[in-house]
Design a binder for this molecule. Structure first.
Ligand code: TEU
Ligand code: CA
Length: 563
């Protein structure tokens, strides 16, 4: 496949589409999405114009955390198909001009992985040191006060060897000991194994969690269990490990790598993605998706403002601009649906979904579209917890319930931030179960599938889907989006996000109304609008005169001036 325009790396020109395989397309009626299902939709994805698929984990797994607990890195879980199916997916995708990036989970394994089954047998088992163990403190307390991201302590006592092991996520996901050179050797072998199968890169799960502060100190001054992030994110040896992997593996292939890294700032991000450091190409920072998160954890919800959102996004645009490369995303399989969260999924569903798309496709960085986002798929409110499947939401429910919190209050949190919002099946058509499966889906479909689905949207020129297609094509046709500068206007506005992208041949002026009210925008004198044309619009606007722009609710306009 071609390496991209000029000497710009191909992944800078790419639009990535994220697939959560369990919920994408079921080919055999067992209610679970699978690899054959993905293959059957490659034409759809090619037509959409995307260049890369990031596929969430498909390896063997007991599915405590839907594949993020891997028990065999060299095989495919039977729910999803066979190893052969995966090989076919890689080659068919390539035939469609689409590259494949696999999700790789190497901060932890499943507790059913053969390494762990051995490791827990005894302290002197050769695999024991593959994981992080601590003797039980004499006073009967836990090793420290860290809280797992999935509720409860980050430690579980293992009878057979008489020690606690660390699990930052569920107890079915023991953390690997990266200090152990053998572990790093195994990880590198796994990475090479898949790269040699012809894949085009990795999304590296929780990759900044791999180095822990020795001694695993408790968070000082805390009452009860708390997140110990400062002791296991961006730890002392994380860069040594990543440089080793780059040197021994990544640098030898023409691939893209994107690290999932909560708790990074533009400054610390550069340590991962500056080209001269030889670590990763891109990362997923979390500042904008944690905008509504209080101090405690993701369930501690606080109000947020458009102005804050803008300032986070522009900060990342400007500060990572030259030295690194941004990943542009508003949702994924862990987040609420973007239109429900940052747009308006009620009265202005279409307008706001298109407005957000306009932003994603015109910021500097590689945009990621999460399955269904291109349709304007929304959050869901199932009647009660029995409809939910996500271990994080279920654990939260049990924990809060035990503390006497009402069902209503717990469900409000899950409705707002629960991960199953993003995991309801992809909405293909208006037939039963949205055309996702002919059987019983593993999680219910969102009842709004009768109007929000690919079939209905394909034939509607005004649909969110067709706007995505147009916006992706527009991005490809205008290299200024990849290589141009970024300058923000009206940073103090709590409604309008406006910026100019510019290079030697073109200028784009992007205006996004993040509110449900009209707004008369005075175009700054400094912006040269002579011969500027309306290049993209989510309201059907085709022309513009003067210097006052009457914006409609959630309107998005992109002006283009050729130099
Ligand atoms: O997510 C890691 C992660 O940081 C988020 O899950 C975050 O901690 C949480 O949503 C808020 O507390 C990755 C995967 O994307 C996720 O699906 C996995 O469950 C997790 O790692 C464990 O592998
Ligand atoms: Ca299936």
């Amino acid at each position: 496949m071609n390496k991209g325009k000029g000497n710009i790396q191909w992944w800078k020109n790419a639009v990535v589409y994220q697939i959560y395989p369990r919920s994408f397309k079921d080919s055999n009626g067992d209610g679970i999405g699978d690899i054959k299902g993905i293959i059957s939709k490659l034409d759809y994805l090619q037509d959409l114009g995307i260049n890369v698929i990031w596929i969430c984990p498909v390896y063997k797994s007991p599915n405590v955390d839907n594949g993020y607990d891997i028990s065999d890195y060299h095989d495919i879980q039977s729910d999803f198909g066979t190893f052969n199916d995966m090989t076919t997916l890689i080659s068919s995708a390539h035939e469609h001009g689409i590259r494949i990036v696999m999700d790789m989970v190497i901060n932890h394994t499943s507790d059913q992985h053969p390494w762990f089954l051995e490791a827990k047998k005894s302290k002197d088992n050769p695999k024991h040191d593959y994981y992080l163990w601590v003797d039980p403190p004499a006073d009967g307390s836990l090793p420290n006060n860290w809280q797992s991201h999935f509720s409860g302590p980050a430690w579980k006592y293992e009878e057979s060897c008489g020690q606690y092991y660390m699990h930052i996520f569920s107890s079915g996901q023991p953390d690997l000991n990266w200090e152990n050179e053998e572990v790093r050797r195994e990880v590198k072998d796994i990475l090479r194994f898949w790269l040699d199968k012809g894949i085009d890169g990795f999304r590296l799960d929780t990759i900044n969690f791999i180095s822990k502060v020795p001694g695993y100190p408790s968070v000082p001054g805390a009452k009860g269990l708390v997140r110990g992030s400062q002791f296991y994110m961006n730890g002392p040896k994380v860069h040594d490990y990543l440089q080793e992997i780059y040197r021994d593996v990544f640098s030898r292939y023409d691939i893209m790598t994107v690290g999932e890294t909560p708790n990074v700032t533009p400054e610390t991000a550069k340590q991962y993605v500056s080209e001269d450091r030889g670590e990763l190409n891109m990362l997923f920072q979390f500042e904008h998706v944690n905008i509504d998160q209080g101090k405690i954890n993701k369930w501690d919800i606080k109000p947020w403002s458009i102005k804050d959102l803008k300032s986070i996004l522009s900060k990342w645009q400007s500060s990572l601009g030259e030295e690194g490369w941004n990943s542009i995303y508003l949702s994924n399989h862990d987040q609420a649906r973007s239109v429900s969260r940052f747009g308006n999924d009620d009265r202005y569903l279409k307008e706001s979904a298109k407005m957000l798309c306009t932003m994603d496709m015109t910021l500097r960085g590689t945009p990621y579209v999460y399955q269904g986002e291109e349709l304007g798929m929304t959050n869901v409110k199932f009647p009660d917890i029995s409809y939910y499947r996500d271990v994080q939401s279920i654990n939260l429910y049990n924990e809060l319930k035990a503390n006497g919190v009402s069902d209503h209050d717990i469900m409000e949190k899950i409705y707002y931030r629960g991960r199953d919002n993003a995991r309801t099946p992809m909405q293909w058509d208006a037939s039963e179960n949205a055309g996702f499966t002919s059987g019983t889906p593993w999680i219910d479909v969102n009842p709004n599938y009768t109007s929000i689905n690919t079939e209905a949207e394909k034939n509607d020129p005004d649909s969110v889907l067709n706007y995505y297609k147009a916006m992706i094509a527009f991005r490809k046709a205008h290299p200024v989006i990849v290589d141009g500068s970024f300058k923000e206007y009206f940073p103090d506005s709590d409604r309008i996000f406006a910026y100019v992208r510019e290079n030697d041949s073109e200028m784009l002026f992007v205006i996004l109304n993040f509110s449900a009210t009209k707004f008369a925008l005075q175009i700054p004198e400094e912006i040269d609008m002579e011969n500027a044309e309306v290049a993209m619009s989510n309201t059907g606007r085709t022309s513009f005169e003067g210097r006052v722009l009457d914006l409609r609710p959630y309107e998005a306009v992109v002006f283009l001036k050729r130099k």
